[in-house]
Design a protein around this ligand. Structure first.
Ligand code: SF4
Ligand code: SF4
Length: 104
């Protein structure tokens, strides 16, 4: 049974083979589409952003940012709440929660 870290490394290798295109959709603010929003648990992510970043690779929008320290954050102006990042995170560090602000 592979460890979670081994799963991360395996997915990273796969992501080199499967090219996920990062379209420039920065002009399209899709944040108002959301009914649920991703929330990162930094205790689980452990700021592996620079080494991991799998959530960013799979996000269909330019909504996941990684700073110079490897910290991963969500740009809620562009996150449409699809949940792909939550599904793909091998460490289960992203939880989808009701987005009460956009339900109004
Ligand atoms: S919920 Fe979808 S759009 Fe939002 S950050 Fe995750 S993958 Fe990107
Ligand atoms: S949230 Fe998950 S997929 Fe994203 S960098 Fe952290 S561990 Fe990797």
């Amino acid at each position: 049974m592979p460890t979670a870290i081994e799963e991360v490394d395996k997915l990273l290798e796969l992501s080199k083979i499967i090219s996920i295109s990062l379209r420039d959709t920065t002009g399209n603010k899709t944040g108002l589409w959301r009914t649920v929003k991703p929330v990162i648990d930094y205790a689980k992510c452990k700021n592996r952003g620079l080494k991991c970043g799998i959530c960013r690779k799979f996000c269909p929008e330019p909504a996941i940012l990684v700073d110079e320290n490897g910290k991963v954050t969500i740009d809620y102006d562009h996150c449409k709440g699809c949940g792909v990042c939550s599904e793909e995170c091998p460490l289960k560090a992203i939880e989808m929660r009701p987005d009460v602000e956009t339900e109004e």
